[in-house]
Design a binder for this molecule. Sequence first.
Ligand code: NAD
Length: 400
Amino acid sequence: MPSQVVASRIRGFISLNAHPAGCAANVDGEIAVATAGAPQAGLADALVIGASTGYGLSSLASALFGYGARGTAVCLERPPQGDKTASAGWYNLAALQRRAQAGGRGLAVVNGDAFSREVKQQTLAHLKNIGARLDLVVYSLAAPKRTDPSTGTSYSSVLKPIGAPFRSKTVNLGNEQVTAVEIAPASDAEIEATRKVMGGEDFADWMHALDQAGLLARGCRAVAYSYVGPALTFPIYRSGTIGKAKEDLEAKTRQLSDWMAERVGGSAYVAVMKGLVTQASAAIPVVPLYISLLYKVMKEAGTHEATAQQIARLFRDHLAPGVRPTVDDEGRIRLDDRELAPSVQAEVSARWDQITTGNLAALSDYASFRTDFRRLFGFEVPGVDYAAPVETDVPLTLVP
Ligand code: NAD
């Protein structure tokens, strides 16, 4: 069993390691938010696909600790190997599983490629085995590639504008310089590949497979996450390749909702969430600089929420048993209302025009972006002794 001092090894928006005690402390924070003011009952079984980090992890914590669900989590995480630490998601789910067990709650974890037939079959077999009747399914995958199981073709998603190059500002997470960036437009093949990875096909495949296996409870609700964002990120996000994929996810979710109503008296929703620091969002050019400004302005306005708070509000106001979700004209639940408040966006835009390396610290909350990013991997978490050796070979019980 290796016990070692773990120092952060971050390269740009990639972290090469993770700190188990820091991840466990993060999970305790997630549980505290999920539990506060929640009934701790109401859900029977919840399946969260993409449950180990970001919005999926917060969703799993809310379902289990806020609403008493028995949980099944699907993720793709790296286990510890010799002296190498596991990935953060592994440590997160290990900590959540320990806490769930201590509280008498069940949390099963399937670690593998959620796009594959094998992982779907493995998950269905487990759910059948425990006699699950799912009243909540959360789809929260953020993945760079997918192999379509029906054709065997592999697709890689890209983060590019469509039609014309996008020139903007970005912050280089390696040297913390604000620089000009120009991103060339995507080809038609790249637009389609991004849709295949991040669009709605796989969400629909999961729901159909769960239904065929008789695992959806009457009134089951399914939710997937999307993003819209402000005009200044439209070329790289909403009007770009990822935005096209999100349009596909939203359209397929509307179809799924009609189908679920017919099949089980249930419904499917897309929830449009706030832009936040996660492994997925840090990789999008321009977005980290926008998020740094957004944090500063929303904190000044007293409306800032982190991932756990966004999800707690989603559950409380929209997904809790007996609560009817409020939706926009396109049937989407909106948790980005505070981000897109005109006063917030006017201030972000004014600062965006002025921001440079020299005034980055004064005009934006880049310091929080940096800290939040490190915390995703368990570093810079208050109360953790980083000088002390820590056991890195942390067990996570997986569905066989
Ligand atoms: P994240 O990177 O924190 O989480 C991604 C999850 O997907 C992890 O649990 C990971 O293990 C899992 N995963 C990735 N590939 C997998 C695979 N092949 N098989 C199984 N699991 C796999 O991402 P996030 O930012 O929380 O994003 C989740 C969803 O929320 C995405 O749809 C994203 O577009 C959406 N969203 C994010 C933001 C944001 O600002 N971060 C805002 C709005 C919506």
